[in-house]
Ligand binder design. Structure first.
Ligand code: NI
Length: 195
């Protein structure tokens, strides 16, 4: 009996996890153009959306994800990673849930860096972004977030917030030849492993 119960529990949690992983919309598809502000914090719907985003991001080993990428037209992004095999020298980015974000550049300087995107599989591109930013917004409970970020952290925040206005990173590339297949700069990696 105990054994049977355990098996059912495990079956049911597998089902639960499977149900919260969503399809990621790809470039060229119906990626929403302008995400809408979240109107109410601390709601079950908002918590479910956050869970869906984290489960979907984890399922594809991603570092960040925006609600429009799973077809939800709201200003919600998540980001965070401890270590990234492609950028071993980059510091970890704290796990963040950011709602209704606003970004202010803290530096006029732009730095080039490679970007990838779950909505643009198998490609990489060099994108100029501000080296330092301040970003503000809210967490899912409505508490204020007000942080400064630099390097990969700033880049990831800008990249994700672009999703909220329908911009994918290829539209930010200043020098189009710097868009290419992952297999060129990273020949040893599976090109479809974690885009
Ligand atoms: Ni992206």
């Amino acid at each position: 009996m105990g054994k049977e119960k355990g098996r059912l529990k495990s079956l049911s949690s597998t089902k639960l996890i499977a149900m919260t992983v969503r399809d990621i919309l790809k470039m060229g598809g119906p990626h929403p153009l302008l995400a809408q502000p979240v109107q109410a914090f601390g709601t079950t719907d908002l918590q479910s959306l956050i869970v869906n985003l984290f489960d979907t991001m984890a399922a594809v080993n991603g570092a960040c994800l925006a609600a429009p990428q799973i077809g939800v037209d709201l200003q919600v992004v998540i980001l965070g990673f401890d270590q990234n095999e492609r950028y071993p020298d980059e510091p970890p980015v704290p796990r963040t849930m950011l709602i209704k974000p606003a970004i202010t550049p803290l530096d006029v300087d732009m730095t080039d860096g490679w970007e990838r995107c779950l909505s643009v599989p198998c490609l990489r591109g060099v994108v100029p972004r501000h080296a330092r930013i301040r970003y503000a917004g809210f967490d899912p409970e409505g508490h204020t977030i007000d942080l400064e970020a630099e390097r990969s952290h700033a880049r990831v925040v800008r990249h994700e917030c672009d999703h909220l206005i329908g911009r994918l990173y290829p539209t930010r590339i200043a020098d189009l030849p710097k868009l290419g297949f992952t297999s060129v700069p990273y020949p040893d990696l599976d090109p479809a492993s974690d885009d």
